[in-house]
Design a protein around this ligand. Structure first.
Ligand code: NAG
Ligand code: NAG
Ligand code: NAG
Ligand code: NAG
Ligand code: NAG
Ligand code: NAG
Ligand code: NAG
Length: 285
């Protein structure tokens, strides 16, 4: 009887939690978050990758390529649908990074420990937790930001730590925020709404927090591609050094070239070939 009550309580407390899923490829499981269903090529894949179709409330909300070794995302890909609303609270983790027999749900650490008898050590082995960032001097920077989504569930889903990197506080709160809010609004004016595809990524750096557990990225970048109201295709990009409060606005082609240099790869392709590589000129903001 006590056990049933306990199980019922656990079940009830987990009811609002959705799903999140480690898959073998984005193409087969959640291609809808990529322009023309085409994810980036393999150039940015880390040694120990996990492809996550981020699920919450029985719905996919975005896709994340995760670097298990550095415990940060390589990138998150999503559709830009900004809307007002309050910032959700509470951090989530990805159970399937621990063991793929665990549920697809995004869970809080506490709920996962209770419902599946998972230890804190097992969770921390597989991914970063909120405590890694506390007193680190770095912000928990969203790659896919909650402000680019217009429902409470989709905003909640961005609060999974698999979408978070250690970000320079000033950059996160000033220049990057301005890019997310103002530049994106202005750049997307000519786009068809609901057809704006964004990929935001982080380049692993040479330092870390939490005793070496979580990599501090050297750069944060963003690329976007949309179908315009005139049925043409438009694309733009930006990159920031994670040490500085400054954004470089560049073309998609320039971003791919810069990432090629940073990763030491020949051939970085972030979007379908229909996305123009040469639009917009270098400028400072
Ligand atoms: C995952 O969980 C299953 C079922 O509990 C277990 O048999 C398996 O050994 C686990 N795998 C790993 C890698 O821990
Ligand atoms: C929970 O897991 C621990 C080891 O990790 C084990 O000793 C304990 O018996 C488990 N409890 C339940 C209820 O399965
Ligand atoms: C969003 O998360 C909050 C907790 O931070 C929860 O109270 C709320 O029910 C969630 N909403 C949805 C739609 O999932
Ligand atoms: C990290 O270290 C490598 C090797 O020493 C060096 O080539 C690279 O430029 C460094 N990256 C940054 C961002 O400092
Ligand atoms: C789109 O079409 C409108 C009306 O035909 C035109 O005024 C505008 O310049 C076009 N925009 C682009 C980006 O081609
Ligand atoms: C670069 O990508 C193109 C198209 O995907 C491919 O044909 C070419 O072989 C690649 N080159 C290298 C050096 O990987
Ligand atoms: C971009 O490249 C295409 C194809 O090479 C060309 O037609 C177009 O004029 C270029 N646009 C700009 C802004 O340079």
């Amino acid at each position: 009887m006590m056990l049933w009550l306990l199980l019922l309580q656990v079940w009830a407390s987990c009811l609002w939690l959705g799903h999140s899923e480690v898959v073998t490829s984005f193409e087969s499981s959640c291609p809808q978050f990529f322009f023309r269903e085409t994810p980036p090529n393999e150039a940015l894949e880390p040694e120990n990758p996990a492809w996550i179709c981020q699920r919450y409330n029985n719905q996919y909300f975005f896709a994340t390529l995760y670097d298990r070794k550095e415990r940060i995302p390589v990138y998150s890909a999503y559709i830009y649908e900004p809307g007002p609303g309050k910032r959700p609270q509470g951090w989530l983790v990805e159970p399937q990074l621990i063991n793929d027999s665990l549920p697809q749900d995004m869970y809080t650490v506490q709920a996962l420990e209770r419902a599946y008898n998972i230890t804190r050590a097992q969770i921390m082995q597989s991914q970063a937790v909120s405590a890694d960032y506390e007193n680190s001097g770095w912000d928990r920077g969203h790659l896919n930001p909650n402000g680019h989504h217009n429902t409470l569930a989709s905003r909640n889903a961005t609060f999974t730590l698999t979408n978070i990197v250690p970000m320079n506080k000033k950059l996160n709160r000033k220049a990057w925020k301005k890019y997310e809010q103002q530049t994106m609004r202005q750049k997307t004016k000519k786009c068809q709404t609901d057809k704006i595809y964004v990929i935001v990524g982080a380049v692993p750096g040479n330092s870390s927090i939490a005793g070496g557990r979580v990599n501090v990225p050297s750069h944060i970048w963003s690329g976007a591609c949309c179908k315009t109201k005139n049925n043409t295709v438009s694309a733009w990009a930006a990159i920031a050094n994670n040490k500085l409060n400054r954004i470089w606005k560049i073309s998609l082609g320039q971003l791919e070239k810069r990432l090629g240099q940073l990763y030491g790869m020949q051939n970085v392709s972030l979007f379908h070939s229909d996305c123009p590589r040469n639009m917009s000129l270098t400028s400072w903001a």
